[in-house]
Design a protein around this ligand. Structure first.
Ligand code: X8Z
Ligand code: ZN
Length: 632
């Protein structure tokens, strides 16, 4: 089983143990059980290592399949009982990955063929949420992780909005507590700062009860990470990129410095426009922006406030939500059209089981994990998505994102289990996003959503780019904050008392945002973002936002595109599909620079494609900002 997101990652992380790691021997010396040391003295052979890898592969595949079905049921039907089942299998998975990591160390002194060494390195990295090797630890960890994940998904807050178009929420029960999707709808559409603040603060009442479990979980996985030979869990995570952990930190900093100037211009412009809307008191021009005014519950993508910040003049932006509505799309039709993009590139259609087993709509009668995810239950053909689809442009993109995971999973299904993964986790998140960058006006005509006469001419380019930048550029610093915060939690810099102040320190530093009001003493705002209680590393999304533009540019080059990147659609291009497939089929079998090279002809992650994509907008923003005082 493997799923993106890794919800109860102690189990699924078994399969994340697939990339090379040279870091772990460079940090602290792992404490090895006496029994393992004895075996090491017995000088194992290459043949024994081979046999160990073979038997381990079977154990991993079997447990992964079993865990996949259990996690699927738990996520589709959250109850006390399914939580217990998930915690049990999570504990089994944690025990297995810890045991295999320790056993793999027996072969440390052998000179092995590179492929075997790569597989063993993956095993020795254990999981992203490793349990220490002592009685009870795996079960305690898996229980904490399951409870955190389920608590988030059951979160609700009672609020009554006056916005008429949202009143349908209350059709059945006037006092109903609202789900995250409903609260998010208010954040997207309301332009009343008091209401925005109330809803934003309301959602954050779900997380203070999670703090105690989170603190305990951190203690356990840090201990587990140290046993694996890493100084803390952050170092373990950073070691998953085919380079020493410290080099990865520098790599992330380098990429951020390439794209930060784009964000600074966008921030300055958006703040000025919000100031026009809300005035000096709500949006002072020399302060970080209030996080509840940006159209998204976490201020991570700002497309929903496009109407407030769009360039002057005729509005020719393509409103995909309106087009879907006009064409009478339902949830399944949206997924079908997403699938058709992939088949247009030469990929096989999704199996019947995908359609039979996926979840597309939030069920009314039970709690489910609604945060979108893609699953690979049996590491073969049983791929599925689980989403509570809204019929709008945002979820049209998310569908492509999730299908990207599924098509990647199927592309590498013939790899050994150790390599059934992305080249790095950023690749996995970038595949579907890269496809969604090809949802251009011309593409929308081809699939019958837009009339050819309505395709905007070049005068609309700034509008199109602005809409895109609000999502893609705004996201970049947010995606850094989440794991900068976790890295600081794991390394002890943020103790439990500093969890929330540390979070806001980073939100201000990277994003230039602030909370709408004082936060209560017990606030645990990071816990109100899925990936913290859902225990999914987040740096992958930062990488994906760099990589997807690199992929898009490479694809457009292969397609012989001569126009601007934001007008390029690779829809229907089999040559691009074949080259993409070459990279995807590799899975994690080779270090990621080789996979990147196979598709793009370069082995370096690089922000210049995203910079090129947005250059006309940045020129416009610089002009708009020239008499403004930017920064915070
Ligand atoms: O969690 C996701 C996907 C599933 S892997 C829906 N994303 C991040 C988020 O929602 O915070 C996609 C972009 C960022
Ligand atoms: Zn994803």
């Amino acid at each position: 089983m493997k799923k993106y997101l890794y919800l109860a990652a102690a189990g699924s992380a078994l399969l994340m143990a697939s990339c090379e790691n040279s870091e772990q021997t460079q940090t602290t010396t792992p404490t090895e059980p006496a029994e393992v040391q004895t075996q090491a003295i017995a000088q194992p052979t290459v043949q024994e290592a081979k046999e160990f890898l073979e038997t381990s592969a079977v154990e991993i595949a079997d447990l992964s399949h079993k865990a996949g079905t259990i996690y699927w049921v738990n996520s589709n039907f959250i109850t006390e009982d399914t939580n217990n089942l998930a915690a049990q299998v999570g504990a089994e998975a944690a025990l297995l990955s810890t045991r295999l990591a320790n056993e793999a160390k027996r072969f440390n002194d052998l000179t092995l063929p590179a492929d075997m060494a790569r597989k063993l390195d993956g095993l020795k990295r254990g999981s992203n949420f490793p349990a220490p090797d002592k009685p009870g630890a795996a079960k305690e960890l898996a229980t904490l992780m399951t409870d955190l994940n389920s608590a988030y998904s059951q979160g609700k807050f009672a609020y009554k909005t006056d916005i008429a178009e949202l009143a349908k929420f209350y059709e059945e029960d006037a006092n109903a507590a609202l789900t995250l999707e409903q609260l998010s709808d208010i954040i997207a559409k309301s332009r009343n700062p008091e209401e925005l603040q109330a809803v934003w603060e309301g959602w954050r009442t779900i997380s203070p009860p999670m703090r105690k479990d989170y603190v305990r979980m951190v203690d356990i996985i840090n201990e587990g990470s140290r046993e694996l030979g890493f100084k803390d869990t952050g170092a373990l995570w950073r070691a998953g990129y085919d380079m020493p952990a410290d080099d990865f930190t520098k790599e992330a900093d380098r990429l951020w410095s390439q794209v930060k100037p784009l964000y600074d211009e966008l921030h300055c412009h958006v703040r000025a426009k919000l100031n026009d809307e809300y005035g000096d008191e709500v949006v002072p021009l020399d302060q970080p922006i209030r996080a509840d005014l940006l159209g998204n519950m976490w201020g991570q993508s700002w497309g929903n406030i496009y109407d407030l910040v769009k360039p002057e003049g005729e509005d020719v932006n393509i409103d995909v939500t309106a087009l879907l509505d006009k064409a009478g799309y339902d949830e399944i039709k949206m997924v079908k059209v997403g699938e058709e993009f992939f088949t247009s590139l030469g990929f096989d259609p999704l199996p019947d089981t995908f359609w039979e087993r996926s979840l597309f709509v939030r069920p009314k009668d039970r709690d489910v994990v609604c945060h979108a995810s893609a699953w690979d239950i049996d590491n073969e053909d049983d791929i599925r998505i689980k989403m509570c689809i809204k019929i709008d442009g945002e979820d049209f993109n998310v569908i492509h994102h999730e299908l990207g995971h599924n098509f990647y999973q199927r592309a590498y299904k013939n790899q050994p289990i150790y390599y059934k993964n992305g080249a790095n986790d950023g690749f996995h998140e970038a595949i579907g996003d890269m496809i969604a960058l090809s949802i251009t006006p011309d593409y929308l005509v081809k699939v019958g959503l837009l009339d050819a006469d309505d395709v905007p001419d070049a005068s609309a380019d700034l509008n199109i780019l602005m809409r895109q930048a609000l999502d893609k550029i705004a996201f970049l610093p947010f995606s850094l904050v989440v794991d900068q915060w976790r890295w600081n939690v794991f390394n002890g810099e943020y103790t439990s008392e500093a969890y929330n102040s540390g979070w806001w320190e980073l939100r201000t530093k990277y994003q230039g945002l602030r909370a709408p009001g004082d936060r209560p003493a017990n606030a645990f705002d990071p816990g109100a973002k899925f990936h913290i209680p859902g225990n999914t590393p987040y740096m992958r999304y930062f990488l994906a936002h760099i990589l997807q533009f690199q992929f898009h540019k490479a694809a457009c080059d292969i397609a012989g595109n001569e126009g601007p990147l934001h007008r390029c659609s690779i829809y229907g291009n089999k040559e691009v599909g074949a080259r993409f497939d070459t990279m995807m089929k590799m899975g994690a079998s080779r270090p990621w620079p080789e996979a990147l090279d196979a598709f793009t002809g370069t082995d370096t992650m690089d922000g210049s494609a995203i910079v090129e994509y947005f250059t006309p907008l940045i020129t416009y923003l610089k002009e708009e900002n020239k008499d403004r005082k930017c920064g915070w």
